[in-house]
Design a protein around this ligand. Structure first.
Ligand SMILES: Cc1cc2nc3c(=O)[nH]c(=O)nc-3n(C[C@H](O)[C@H](O)[C@H](O)COP(=O)(O)OP(=O)(O)OC[C@H]3O[C@@H](n4cnc5c(N)ncnc54)[C@H](O)[C@@H]3O)c2cc1C
Length: 427
């Protein structure tokens, strides 16, 4: 008996990037999925608020244009990206030094040569590392033996000073932890992506990414403000007590609380605070992130939205990220960050705008992966898993996981001898 593809009730729990990609892939194959999302909008951890026309991202994050999944699923032109220069400013005790890749931006030559960050040997090792990672494929990176990023950097022979002044603040801001205990696979992958593309933010903020994905979905139904309590074969129980029939379900979020007897372990999370300020500040020569390398500083990094987005306004909007764990109240955190902006960047006129405290920003996972087979995303006979927790904590990992789970569903339906068994009309 033939069953119309659009008749299958395929639910996706979660409208984050992984859920949206799963819907995209299902739609491409003719299915009409239904996304159930507990909040009122798409994006999950990728969100932007607008305050007086200023896009304020929920936590500082960048789109790396080198990500294979970004090239596959996003229309970068439509996103109107603004690119960071391939470099960084290092802030220590009132001194600021800028370093960058002179091969990609020539004006970095002089400041990089003059900077006291790293020895000549360190600079040669950076070039060598770039060359090595350009040749190493992503598959080879994720097949490599895993160690911590700190161990990896030491084994590359970088000086303690180079690690302390550059790698530690830079990658603490990316991995959202201060020990560089994150997998060396993730370090190699991200470093390669920085070398092969640019870090960018869309004109309307990072939330433009899920908004674009949603806008391209034509046959997907969205059910917002609806929290799923449990997922089992054939049905979904909602927090409000209702039950929905579901032929196949993709859980595009942490599944531990949703599926009973799950074999996975509880996921640990890393968090951060991102605070926005309005300050009186000069435009910078470079569009770079300012990294706070001083051990005492609570600030990890700062960037000016005006510099990045080329706004012509004497009052700059600063995005400040704090990665260090702390027990400060919001008021005390604002006070401390304000003091540091004054002390390290000599900014005196500082007006606090908003604070985002994100407890569950990145999953803390070992044995990070980039690729598994679509069948491996299958949790039970009718339930599949997506989400960055499945592979690695990144936009690329989230997108890849969504694609794999959707392929798992599609393969199952298309290879099944008795398709009718998966259609709720026949249950
Ligand atoms: C501060 C921060 C900085 C980051 N920096 C970067 C970066 O620079 N580069 C990069 O590549 N990545 C970065 N990331 C990681 C990237 O944002 C994530 O990997 C990605 O967004 C995860 O998407 P997801 O779909 O897997 O999960 P989520 O975005 O968490 O989506 C899950 C969705 O499911 C919904 N949901 C959960 N439970 C239920 C339920 N019971 N019922 C219904 N709905 C439910 C949630 O509301 C959410 O919308 C950063 C993340 C954060 C937070």
């Amino acid at each position: 008996m033939g069953v119309l593809k659009s008749k299958y009730k395929i639910h996706i729990v979660g409208a984050g990037v992984s859920g949206l990609i799963a819907a995209t892939v299902l739609e491409q194959k003719g299915y009409h999925p239904i996304i159930i999302e507990s909040t009122d909008r798409v994006g999950g951890r990728v969100k932007t608020d607008v305050l007086n026309q200023i896009p304020l991202d929920h936590g500082f994050q960048v789109l790396l244009t080198g990500y294979p999944m970004v090239k596959k699923y996003l229309d970068l032109k439509e996103l109107q990206l603004f690119y960071f220069d391939p470099g960084a400013s290092i802030v220590t005790d009132k001194k600021k030094m800028t370093i960058g890749d002179p091969l990609r931006k020539f004006t970095f030559v002089i400041p990089t040569l003059l900077s006291k960050i790293g020895s000549l040997g360190d600079k040669i090792k950076i070039v060598k590392l770039q060359k090595k990672l350009r040749k190493k494929t992503i598959e080879e990176i994720f097949d490599s033996e895993e160690t911590t990023t700190m161990e990896y950097l030491k084994s590359c022979g970088f000086s303690e000073e180079m690690i302390k002044l550059f790698f530690l603040p830079f990658f603490s801001g990316i991995f959202l932890e201060n020990e560089l205990s994150t997998s060396s696979r993730m370090f190699e992958f991200i470093y390669k992506m920085f070398g092969e593309g640019y870090a960018a933010i869309p004109k309307d903020g990072i939330g433009a990414i899920p908004n674009q994905l949603k806008a391209k979905l034509k046959n997907t139904e969205f059910i917002f403000n609806t929290e799923v309590a449990q997922v089992a074969d054939g049905h979904i129980s909602l927090k409000n007590g209702e039950t929905m029939k579901s032929d196949l379900t993709i859980i595009a979020t942490d599944a531990n609380a949703l599926v009973s007897n799950l074999r996975g372990q509880e996921i640990l999370w890393k968090g951060c605070d991102t605070l926005y300020f309005e300050v009186e500040k000069q435009d910078s020569r470079f569009k770079v992130i300012e990294l706070f390398a001083n051990e005492e500083a609570i600030i990890n990094s700062v960037f000016s939205l005006n510099d990045l987005f080329e706004w012509n306004n004497p009052n700059h909007i600063l995005s400040v990220t704090v990665v260090k764990k702390h027990k400060l109240t919001t008021d005390d955190l604002i006070k401390k960050v304000t003091q540091e902006l004054n002390m390290y960047l000599e900014l005196t006129k500082v007006k606090f705008l908003r604070n985002y405290s994100i407890k569950m920003a990145l999953p803390d996972i070992r044995n990070v992966q980039n690729m598994i087979s679509p069948e491996e995303t299958r949790l039970t006979s009718r339930v599949f898993l997506a989400g960055d927790t499945l592979l690695n904590g990144s936009l690329n990992g989230a997108m890849q996981s969504g694609e794999l789970a959707a392929m798992g569903v599609i393969n199952l339906l298309e290879e099944s001898q008795d398709l009718a068994q998966f259609t709720s009309e026949y249950i």
